[in-house]
Design a protein around this ligand. Structure first.
Ligand code: NDP
Length: 244
C-alpha cells in the first residue's frame, strides 16, 4: 500500500526537512503552508525532480474547514494518509502580563488546536485501515518552561499531554502517537532572536552547536518507521543535551 504523509507547515524550516526526508524514504508527501506559496512550490518542484510523489496545499491549521479540505485533497490525489506530522507552529516572545488576548488565542489555535484539527481529519482513514502514525512536534521549552514565552511553552507542554493521551486511546486501533521535542534548531524561528541570543543558545547546548532541521527530520523518520513499531506515547528529545 502507498505510504502517504501529511506534514503541516512544511514550506520552510523543520517541516520542510521532514517532508524532504520522508519523500526520500519513499513516502508520498502533502506539503502544507500558510503564506509562503513560493517556498512550498520550490520544495514541490525539488521533490518531483527527485522522482517523489508530492502535492502542496495551502491551509491554516487553525481552521478546521481548511484542514478538512486539505486532507480530502491529499486522500484524493495521493491516497489515505498513513502518517501525520503536526509540525506547523508559531512562537511569540513577550512578558506574560503583556500578552494580548488575540496573541494568546492565536498561539493556542495554531500550536494546539491545529494539531487536533489535523488529527481528527486524518483519523477516520487511519481507523478504517487500523494503521497509522502521528508525530507531534513539541519543544524542549514545553518540557522545562520558558521565561517570556509562556504561551508558546504552554502549547508545547500541552502537545505532550495530547501525545500520551491519544497514544493510549489509539493503541488498540493500531495507531501510534509520538512526539519530538526539539532544542534550538537553525530556522527562521530562531534567526529572529538575533545573533547574541543565538550565540548564547549555542553556548548552553552541550553538543556545541544549534540543531539542523535534518536532525529533527531523522528523529521523525525513525518514529514513523516500522523500527519504532513498539514505541508509542513517547517524547523523543533532540536538543544536543540542552535539557539533560
Ligand atoms: P518556521 O517559522 O521556520 O516555519 C514554520 C512553518 O509553519 C512554515 O512552513 C509556516 O508556513 C508554517 N505555519 C505557520 N503557521 C501556520 C498555520 N497556521 N497553518 C499552516 N502552516 C503554518 O518554524 P520552525 O521550522 O522553526 O518550527 C517548526 C516547528 O518546530 C514548530 O512547531 C516549532 O514550534 C517547533 N520547534 C522549533 C524549534 C526551533 O528552534 N526552530 C525548537 C522547538 C520546536 P509559511 O511558510 O507559509 O509561513
Amino acid at each position: 500500500m502507498k505510504r502517504v504523509a501529511l506534514i503541516t507547515g512544511s514550506s520552510r524550516g523543520i517541516g520542510r526537512a521532514i517532508a524532504s526526508e520522508l519523500a526520500g524514504e519513499g513516502w508520498a508527501v502533502c506539503i502544507n503552508y500558510l503564506t509562503r506559496r513560493d517556498a512550498a512550490e520550490s520544495l514541490l518542484e525539488e521533490l518531483r525532480g527527485r522522482g517523489c510523489m508530492a502535492i502542496a496545499c495551502q491551509a491554516d491549521v487553525a481552521d478546521r474547514a481548511q484542514v478538512a479540505a486539505m486532507v480530502r485533497r491529499a486522500e484524493r490525489e495521493l491516497g489515505p494518509v498513513r502518517l501525520l506530522v503536526n509540525n506547523a507552529g508559531i512562537s511569540f516572545q513577550g512578558l506574560f502580563q503583556d500578552t494580548e488576548d488575540s496573541a494568546w488565542a492565536r498561539m493556542l489555535d495554531v500550536n494546539l488546536t491545529g494539531c487536533r484539527n489535523a488529527a481528527v481529519e486524518v483519523l477516520p482513514g487511519m481507523l478504517r485501515e487500523k494503521a497509522g502514525c502521528i508525530v507531534n512536534i513539541s519543544s524542549m521549552w514545553g518540557l522545562r518552561g520558558a521565561s517570556c514565552e509562556v504561551a508558546y511553552a504552554c502549547t508545547k507542554a500541552a502537545l505532550v499531554g495530547l501525545t500520551r493521551s491519544l497514544a493510549l486511546e489509539l493503541a488498540p486501533s493500531g495507531i501510534r502517537v509520538n512526539c519530538v521535542a526539539p532544542g534550538c534548531i537553525e530556522t527562521d524561528m530562531v534567526r529572529v532572536l538575533g545573533e547574541e541570543t543565538r550565540a548564547m543558545l549555542v553556548e548552553e547546548t552541550p553538543i556545541g552547536r544549534l540543531g539542523r532541521p535534518e536532525d529533527i527530520a531523522h528523529a521523525v523518520a525513525f518514529l514513523a518507521s516500522d523500527k519504532a513499531g513498539f514505541i508509542t506515547g513517547q517524547v523523543l528529545t533532540a536538543d544536543g543535551g540542552f535539557t539533560v
